[in-house]
Design a binder for this molecule. Structure first.
Ligand SMILES: *Cc1c(COP(=O)(O)O)cnc(C)c1O
Length: 337
């Protein structure tokens, strides 16, 4: 029996039993193996260290009401990691291998999946890196794909908690034809500085505008933007430098299922005042309601600082009910392990 305080997990790294690791050489992937040691021995000239050949993903496994273990939409992450691999000239991980890796590593670490009722989940982090040695700039001759897992606690104890946000005016996180639409660590490196400044100023999530005109909404640093209109319409920005979020796709489908209109289109920053609810969305917390947004000298009030808006709340519950097996999985999103 593990000695874990499931009620106080938070979202921080913890060693588990093992991770799974595969190596690509001479044009093919090996069979992969479960590795207990959480260290990777790597050549000092590996391309991931020097030239940023790195892609990652994030998804979750849930211990459900019926006792079964379910992973939420892993084929979406497999597909996105392939797109990131192609964009960064790395060896793509075939979907079949990606899914097999998830099944094997989750099974091996089954005892680390928080029990049903604790609100926790097993966070799954796939990583693809160039590990061949090379100093001239070119794609690597060797790649390592690994998947690590860790138990994550319930984020919102006692209900969704709205936060304040700020529009970042001094920095951009992605260029229009850059890598904003793929999941590379470099996008995070580009955003940490502004994030630390925003956090210190009292804004837990920061919002980026388009890098050309700084007049259209893009996304929060690590999560997508969604806005709800007074008539219930769900609006999310259409931009080539926004990361296609699986959570956003899921929420859009659920919004449609609940009879809401869904619009994916450019969203001008002046439109912010017309939303009755705004939220950031991503795998880690599903949604973070945003009640106020600071834009230069202007402060835009969106909603009640104490409680999440009704649509955000409804969609959050709808996602969690499917993830924990409390509602029928009508879209076939869950993979039973
Ligand atoms: C990962 C990520 C998201 C959220 O995507 P999900 O698939 O919903 O977890 C949003 N924006 C950026 C920049 C990301 O890297």
């Amino acid at each position: 029996m593990l000695n874990i305080d499931w009620g106080n997990l938070g979202f921080k790294y913890m060693d588990t039993k093992c991770h799974i690791r595969y190596v690509w050489r001479d044009g093919k992937w090996n069979e992969g193996e479960l590795v207990e040691e959480p260290y990777l021995k790597m050549h000092i000239a590996a391309t991931c260290l020097h030239y940023g050949q790195e892609a990652f993903e994030g998804m979750k496994a849930f211990r459900c009401k019926d006792g079964a273990l379910r992973v939420f939409r892993p084929e979406q992450n497999a597909d996105r990691m392939q797109k990131t691999a192609i964009r960064t000239c790395m060896a793509p991980v075939p979907e079949e291998m990606f899914i097999d890796a998830i099944k094997r590593v989750v099974k091996a670490n089954e005892e680390y999946v928080p029990p049903y009722g604790t609100g926790g989940s097993l966070y799954i982090r796939p990583l693809l890196i160039g590990t061949g040695e090379q100093i001239g700039v070119a794609p690597s001759t060797e790649y390592t794909f690994l998947v690590l897992v860790m138990p994550a606690g319930e984020y919102y104890k006692g209900g969704l908690k709205p936060v304040k946000s700020v529009i970042i005016e001094d920095f951009d996180r992605a260029a229009p034809k850059g890598m904003g639409d793929v999941k590379v660590g470099g996008n995070y490196a580009a955003s940490i500085y502004a994030h630390e400044k925003a956090k210190a100023a009292g804004f837990p999530v920061e919002l980026y505008l388009d890098p050309v005109k700084h007049s259209y909404i893009e996304e929060f640093a690590t999560s997508n933007f969604l806005g709800i209109k007074a008539d219930g319409t769900y609006v999310t920005p259409d931009s080539p430098s926004v990361l296609p979020s699986v959570t956003n796709k899921t929420l859009m489908q659920l919004a449609k299922d609940h009879g809401h209109k869904v619009e994916v289109r450019p969203v001008h920053v002046d439109e912010l005042e017309t939303f009755t609810e705004v939220a950031a969305c991503g795998t880690a917390v599903v949604v973070t309601p945003v009640y106020e947004i600071t834009h230069g000298k202007k402060v835009i009030t969106i909603s009640d600082p104490e409680v999440a808006g009704p649509v955000t709340e409804k969609l959050f519950n709808a996602v969690q009910d499917i993830q924990y097996g409390r509602a029928p999985d009508t879209h076939g999103w869950c993979m039973v392990i």
